[in-house]
Every structure is written in C-alpha cells, then in structure tokens.
Design a protein around this ligand. Structure first.
Ligand code: ZN
Length: 168
C-alpha cells in the first residue's frame, strides 16, 4: 500500500463528475487500500477518489477513528444517497483538498447511504451525526461539489482571500 498525493483546490479533477466504477478489479482494490492508507496518514475522516486524481465513484471513510474508536474503514463504490432527513444540522467541516479551512455546512442530519462493497455486494446503512456529514461530504466530491460551495455568500466572502491563496 502507498500514500497517494492529495489534490487541492484549483485542480480541475475536483470539479468533474466522477465515472461509475465497472468491474471491481485488482486495480480498484489497490486504489481503495491506498486511499484508506492516505486517509489515515493525512489524517482525515474520509477521502474520495477524485481527491487522489482518479475521477471514479468511490470513496473511503472512517468518521469516528479520530475520536479514539477502533479503525473501521468503509469503502463505498458507486454510492448513492437513498434518503435524507428533513431535519438539518450544521457541522464545521474541513476538507483534505482545502487545507487549513474549516467551514460551517448545513446538511440533512440523517441519510441512508447505498453502496457496493469491495466484494461486489450491495450494502445500505442509516447514518447520523458525523457519519452522515462525512458520507454526504464525500458523495459531493463525486459530483464535483466542495463544502465551500454550500456556504452563504457572506460566509464565502469571509474566506475568499484564503481560498484565492490556495488556488494559486
Ligand atoms: Zn473533502
């Protein structure tokens, strides 16, 4: 396994809609393992394939390990948000592709995530709290959407100079 380079704001791959993963090949299994290692090394709670320069619908997450729980990485291939709660919640979110900037983002408090696992099996899970935040944040990456896109105009204006510095 190896730690991969993380693409940062300004890299066009972060703005592409990622392609479906077809057959789960050894290449995909290696990519997932490398992404897990990269996520823990960063350290982060989640990482999407476009963030390592691969425009594929695949993300890894382990929302709770930084809070001291045992490591339990999830690999989500071709994920989809099956359902979202009407209730919203605001969390402060960082992003490994936007280093040093944490922004308050409002999202549905609970979601049902569907995905294919590395064995090709369909999975579904109900997520809440930081796990729901993480899954939605990583899913957005597959659509070319970043957490800073979800800010109010005023909040984005507050960090505009720091974002511009990152993009150059
Ligand atoms: Zn991110």
């Amino acid at each position: 396994m190896s730690v991969l380079a993380i693409r940062t704001l300004g890299d066009p791959v972060l703005r592409c809609r990622a392609s479906e993963v077809g057959e789960i090949t050894d290449e995909i299994r290696t990519l997932a393992a490398d992404m897990i290692e990269t996520m823990y090394d960063a350290p982060g709670r989640g990482l999407a394939a476009p963030q390592v320069g691969r425009s594929l619908r695949l993300f890894v997450m382990d929302a709770l390990w930084k809070d001291g729980t045992d490591r339990a990485p999830l690999v989500a291939i071709n994920p989809r948000i099956v359902a979202s709660s009407a209730g919203m919640r605001i969390f402060d979110e960082g992003c490994l592709s936007i280093p040093g900037i944490t922004v308050p983002v409002e999202r549905p408090a609970r979601v049902t995530l569907g995905w294919t696992d590395l064995d090709g099996m369909a999975q579904q899970g109900a997520l809440e709290g930081i796990e729901a935040v993480c899954a939605q944040h990583e899913y957005n990456h597959l659509e070319g959407v970043l957490n800073i896109d979800r800010l109010s105009d005023a909040a984005r204006a507050d960090i505009a100079d720091r974002l511009a510095a990152l993009e150059t």
